[in-house]
Design a protein around this ligand. Structure first.
Ligand code: Y39
Ligand code: FE
Ligand code: FE
Ligand code: FE
Length: 231
């Protein structure tokens, strides 16, 4: 606790260096929430039985986006949305392609497992080093993200045997992209007080737990969650 307090006091939220890094991280989060909003609307079309719940999740994502836009404004930072769109383009394209092919399992893996776990890890690591305004918003947002992850877990657990092969393939295709994204953001995250190792660790914990809840064995989880990490 003492360490966290000291670390927070060291950060100058108004320095040019902090604001420059924040212009990219804040944009990533805003764009991520925007894409999540659209992804849940798309999932609602693909899963008519869960339509109401998925529309509810999409609305939460839109609210998150507005919250993070306020965080940027609060620090007088203009988010670099161009950068963020490029940052998400790999997962974005893979989600669009899967949705067009009706591959709902792949869509759920990308949005409700991978992206939600990435968000939970990032927000958990950000909260102790955030400015007071952003901390309050992020604490509310991260609670919602756990419920989004839970939606994916519950659906995939209920359909585990039929989904297993597609989950394996989708993991192989998309998890390496997450590690590349983490590498691209590591230097900026560090300036905000977020260590890459901590982000990787928290992601692995969330993702491993999710795979376990869905029904994968420990052996499967080891193999699946490290895929593409050593690059
Ligand atoms: O489901 C959601 O709300 C997820 C879209 C939001 C993604 C947030 C992505 C966070 C990555 C930030 C990396 C900073 C180190
Ligand atoms: Fe939009
Ligand atoms: Fe969100
Ligand atoms: Fe979410």
């Amino acid at each position: 606790m003492q360490q966290l307090v000291e670390q927070t006091q060291e950060i100058d939220f108004q320095s040019a260096k902090y604001k420059d890094a924040y212009s990219r991280i804040n944009a990533i989060v805003i764009e991520g929430e925007e894409e999540a909003y659209h992804n849940y609307i798309r999932l609602a079309e693909l899963l008519p039985n869960s339509k109401d719940e998925l529309i509810k999740l999409s609305k939460m994502e839109n609210k998150h986006k507005k919250g993070f836009e306020a965080c940027g404004r609060n620090l007088s930072v203009t988010p670099d949305i161009q950068f963020a769109k490029k940052f998400f383009s790999g997962l974005h394209e893979n989600f669009q392609k899967a949705a067009a092919e009706g591959k709902v399992v792949t869509c759920l893996l990308i949005q409700s497992l991978i992206i939600e776990c990435f968000a939970i890890a990032a927000y958990n690591i950000y909260i102790p080093v955030a400015d007071d305004f952003a901390r309050n918003i992020t604490e509310c947002v991260v609670k919602d993200e756990y419920s989004h992850l839970n939606f994916g877990e519950v659906w995939l657990e209920a359909n585990f045997e039929d989904s297993k092969a597609e989950l394996e393939a989708a993991n192989r295709q998309n998890l390496p992209i997450v590690w590349q994204m983490l590498n691209k953001v590591a230097d900026d995250a560090k300036i905000l007080g977020m260590e890459k190792d901590a982000l990787v660790e928290d992601f692995m914990i969330q993702y491993g737990e999710a795979l376990s809840n869905i029904g994968f064995t420990t052996r499967d989880i080891m193999r699946l969650s490290a895929y593409g990490l050593a690059t």
